[in-house]
Design a protein around this ligand. Structure first.
Ligand SMILES: [Zn+2]
Length: 118
């Protein structure tokens, strides 16, 4: 059993999940291999089936995902199906951060209220 399987492949600058890549190309034809511990600043998706490529996210990547989720609640921007994929893939990473984000935002708003009340 291989413990360190690719999660995706890069071909002609496009990203493919393993299944879609294997439909069109042979292993070895790829220009790059995406392993599960690759760290990215924003989620990658297969160009063909749009499945998320489950890599690690940098802090910037986690913040990016949280911002997109907040945007959705603020004004319905973004695609809910994509946001659900992201939550399913990085639930643990996002959970704590999103609570901190909500507290920070509320605390800042509360401080503004205090200033305005004076
Ligand atoms: Zn695919």
């Amino acid at each position: 059993m291989k413990l360190y399987e690719p999660e995706g492949f890069i071909y002609n600058a496009d990203i493919y999940c393993v299944d879609c890549f294997k439909k069109h190309f042979k292993e070895g034809e790829e220009e790059g291999i995406i392993f599960p511990d690759a760290e990215v600043d924003s989620p990658m998706h297969c160009i063909e089936c749009e499945e998320v490529i489950p890599t690690d996210l940098t802090n910037e990547g986690i913040n990016y995902v949280i911002e997109k989720i907040i945007d959705f609640f603020a004004d319905s921007r973004g695609r809910p199906k994509t946001l659900i994929q992201w939550l399913n893939t990085w639930q643990e990473e996002i959970e704590g951060e999103i609570i901190s984000f909500i507290y920070d935002s509320l605390n800042n708003a509360a401080k503004r209220d205090d200033v305005n009340d004076r």
